[in-house]
Design a protein around this ligand. Structure first.
Ligand code: CNA
Length: 246
């Protein structure tokens, strides 16, 4: 185990209320591309002619639902994937009584699939979908089974995934709970996120302690603030530091 990983292990041993804040990089090892890495969704430009930020905006969704759904289905409505070592290690840390909350920008449900119980989905989930007119609920499977633009089978209304699109605000209750966990945390692990999307990135500012750890392959605007930085694979690092937890 290298020096930084050993240091992370010690910091975890000294902490009892750890919060984790993560993003798309947590799921790349499960096979879902992130937005900003080389192989990430900048492919969106090649295939769909627009940045993910445009394709996933509320304006685009309402004006061009067909194109929105083509992109959304190909890039994000993915259910046949499994949690990786990062998701599993975080679930282990929660079971061991070390981790109080997973706060994620991901919408893929993989933390819950790995067994994490206290998960705050800042940007919603592909597993919840509602008709914009009558409010009827639809599962991810039902969304996958519908062709073209998904329409409500009760009233014909447009169905919208409960994911926070660009131009939309975050759900207040989720945001408040996430802030509370971070403020009370004696350690904050941030990983697999470029910390470029606000307000999620700004949550780091609510942590006041001296155990701020960043695990991210590339640099982030918060690197200078961190007490420990690992520019490595998050799955590998978290697996190594939780090896002796049950
Ligand atoms: P991002 O901006 O794409 O950044 C991801 C970061 O993770 C990059 O800085 C990478 O260097 C880093 N990274 C990638 N793989 C690894 C790895 N294995 N180990 C360590 N670091 C890694 O993603 P953010 O989450 O910061 O951006 C915010 C958007 C992307 C959020 O709104 C997400 O909802 C959205 N998104 C979610 C998913 C998903 O649910 N799985 C997938 C793609 C995008």
């Amino acid at each position: 185990m290298d020096h930084a990983t050993q240091r992370l292990r010690e910091m975890i041993a000294q902490s009892g209320r750890i919060a984790f804040l993560g993003g798309a990089g947590v799921s790349t090892e499960s096979g879902i591309p992130d937005f900003r890495s080389e192989n990430g969704h900048y492919e969106a430009i090649r295939k769909f002619g627009q940045l993910p930020e445009v394709l996933l905006s509320r304006t685009f969704f309402l004006r061009f639902p067909e194109k929105f759904y083509q992109y959304y289905r190909s890039a994000l409505l993915v259910t046949d994937i499994l949690p990786n070592d990062a998701h599993k290690a975080l679930a282990k840390m929660e079971r061991a009584g070390k981790l109080t909350a997973v706060i994620t920008q991901n919408i893929d449900g993989l933390h819950q699939a790995a067994g994490s119980k206290n998960v705050y989905e800042l940007h919603g989930s592909i597993y919840r979908n509602h008709c914009m007119d009558c409010g009827c609920f639809f599962s991810a499977k039902e969304m996958q089974d519908m062709e073209g633009v998904p329409r409500c089978n009760h009233c014909g209304g447009l169905i919208k995934p409960d994911v926070v699109l660009y131009e939309e605000g975050l759900e207040e209750e989720t945001l408040r709970a996430a802030i509370t966990h971070i403020m009370r945390a004696d350690m904050l692990i941030v990983g697999g996120t470029s910390l470029a999307v606000h307000p999620a990135a700004g949550l780091v500012d609510y942590y006041r302690g001296s155990r701020l750890v960043l695990i991210n392959k590339s640099e982030t605007p918060y690197d200078e603030r961190a007490n420990l930085i690992l520019h490595e694979s998050i799955g590998g690092v978290l697996k190594a530091v939780t090896e002796d937890m049950l």
